[in-house]
Design a protein around this ligand. Structure first.
Ligand code: PUT
Length: 290
């Protein structure tokens, strides 16, 4: 057989950060900064902090004065801090924050590139509501549509928290060309049911996205107790088979770092034939508003 020679394997090193974020803005940003620097020192190129790391998870309650903490993208302290940090460490940082745009408020993700520039924003599409997670009070459903970005020659899709339960969102990003899926998250206990622990189904839902789209998935969640809520961590990196290659439990603070072979994933994706065998003409029901 002819030896196959070709270009070097395409790889990307990613990180998911897990930490407690109970404090006001400054200590939270400082704690995230320390973990970004540690992950970058271990070679991470795309580093994912948890959702809304600017403060405690404020959506536990409906308080009208909390709208005053939202900022336009370019002025938000998390965005400004991560821009400087990204440029210093030459890493990309998908940054979740509370955005104000005129009279509108969104749960937004700024994609910050390795030069510190804002490559664009994605506004969370699926907004949860219920005891302890009163997000519909604060956030308009996103109006950007799903987004992917090219960083370090890699196309990545980023959903925000509740988006992670929707196969449609993962599939849309995959069809747009994503090779990796990222999900910053804030999830934990459910105040209406002390016995309900959704951490295993939370993981399985996203491992399913990895399996069905044949691509790695990276999820970062907060830990710790904030008021009545206990955030359950379980941040992970899953490979293109959906297997966990890196995983935290409910209490570790740190960065999960993994080097991903993008060519290996692409080969598996082509070989499985899931994209070849799709039948979009049969999926009309998925886009009916019922
Ligand atoms: N970040 C929202 C999570 C909702 C869990 N019920």
């Amino acid at each position: 057989p002819c030896p196959i020679s070709g270009p070097m394997t395409r790889t990307i090193t990613v990180a998911a950060l897990q930490l407690a974020l109970p404090g006001p803005v400054e200590p939270n940003i400082k704690a995230v900064t320390a973990l970004v620097e540690a992950a970058a020192a271990r070679g991470a190129q795309i580093i994912l902090p948890p959702e809304l790391f600017e403060g405690p998870y404020f959506c536990q309650v409906e308080e009208e004065e909390l709208f005053a903490t939202a900022r336009p993208t370019a002025e938000h302290p998390s965005v400004v801090a991560m821009q400087a940090l990204a440029a210093k460490c030459k890493v990309a940082i998908p940054t979740s924050f509370f955005e104000r745009d005129g009279h509108h408020y969104y749960n937004t993700l700024a994609m910050i590139g390795p030069d510190g520039g804002i490559m664009g924003t994605y506004r969370k599409s699926h907004i949860p509501d219920g005891p302890g997670y009163e997000e519909k009070y604060y956030f308009r459903p996103g109006n950007t549509g799903f987004k992917i970005w090219e960083v370090f020659d890699t196309r990545i899709g980023v959903g925000v928290c509740w988006d992670q339960w929707y196969p449609e969102c993962a599939r849309a990003m995959a069809l747009m060309g994503a090779e990796l899926l990222f999900y910053p998250t804030a999830i934990g206990s459910e105040p209406y049911d002390a016995d309900l622990d959704t951490s295993r189904m939370w993981r399985r839902a996203m491992q399913g996205h990895a399996v069905s789209n044949c691509m790695p998935v990276i999820a970062a969640n907060r830990i710790g107790t904030e008021g009545d809520a206990r955030f359950y961590g379980h941040s992970f990196i899953a490979d293109e088979w959906g297997d966990l290659t890196q995983a935290f439990g409910a209490s570790e603070t740190g960065a999960l770092v993994e080097t991903i072979d993008l060519d290996r994933a692409a080969k598996h994706r082509a070989g499985m034939g899931f994209f070849r065998d799709r039948r979009p003409q049969l999926y009309g029901r998925l886009v009916e508003d019922v």
